[in-house]
Design a binder for this molecule. Structure first.
Ligand code: FAD
Length: 215
């Protein structure tokens, strides 16, 4: 698996060649964690991020190469999508694009008009060959489940802190995160709570075996 960073630069369609969400809603650190769920809700849990030559080189390249084609019909065929349905979706999208000043570093004014779902930023027609697509499948990044804890990193059983069991990282991230996720938060939780849990676990061990600890 690899991360696909070009969602906001093009359109994303499902196996029926239909768009299903605003690809330009927000910047990727705020946005990318919601796409797994969106793709999981599509037929066959598949999506296809489609871009044209204008987007190539403007995003962090994924580990795996995309599917490249010189026409959109050829792209549809290579992806196994209904070409007529994909052309309808892309023609509708292209016609709805109101291109202002494209700026991928800001929530720019390039948007669609009269299209559902709308693309609210970075909307530019998909019209310049070569065209490229990446298949999307959801992966599990976090479940929001795990152990209950508090600011001491002690595991809480029946709402009482354990004297000798501490938790950090993904196992307790659900205590901090409830919905959504911003990039870097996973590592921050692991680093901060890891230090607290490690320190408190060492103190608990010293409390339990003071003689051996001092020796
Ligand atoms: C695709 C993806 C992208 C991410 N991107 C980011 C990002 O950009 N920024 C960010 O901050 N965070 C990101 N995260 C989240 C971050 O990677 C995790 O929060 C972090 O790695 C969790 O660290 P951890 O040590 O708690 O758990 P893990 O890294 O999951 O470590 C748990 C370890 O325990 C081992 N284990 C499990 N069961 C047992 C057992 N019974 N006995 C022995 N060992 C066992 C596992 O093999 C594993 O090595 C991402 C996560 C994913 C999946």
């Amino acid at each position: 698996c690899t991360r696909i960073d070009c969602v906001s630069l093009g359109v994303v369609v499902n196996r029926n060649a239909q768009r299903f969400y605003d690809e330009g809603e927000d910047f990727w650190p705020k946005r990318y964690a919601i796409w797994g769920r969106l793709v999981a809700q599509q037929p066959g849990q598949m999506g296809y991020s489609i871009i044209d030559a204008k987007a190539l080189g403007r995003f962090m390249p994924p580990v795996f190469p995309g599917v490249l084609a010189h026409t959109l019909e050829e792209l549809a065929q290579k992806l196994g999508l209904d070409a007529a349905a994909l052309m309808r979706t892309l023609n509708d999208y292209n016609a709805a694009c109101r291109v202002g000043h494209f700026d991928h570093t800001a929530l720019d004014d390039c948007h669609t008009e009269g299209l559902r779902p709308a693309k609210t930023h970075w909307a530019r027609p998909i019209d310049t060959a070569p065209f490229c697509a990446y298949a999307l499948k959801p992966g599990v990044t976090f479940t929001y489940l795990g152990l209950r804890t508090d600011e001491t990193a002690a595991v809480r059983f029946s709402d009482a802190p354990s004297q000798n069991l501490f938790v950090a990282g993904e196992m307790m991230a659900g205590n901090v995160l409830g919905k959504g996720y911003a990039a870097g938060v996973g590592m921050s939780i692991g680093t901060a709570l890891g230090r607290i849990a490690g320190s408190n676990a060492a103190r608990a061990a010293i409390r339990k075996e003071p003689q051996r600890a001092s020796a």
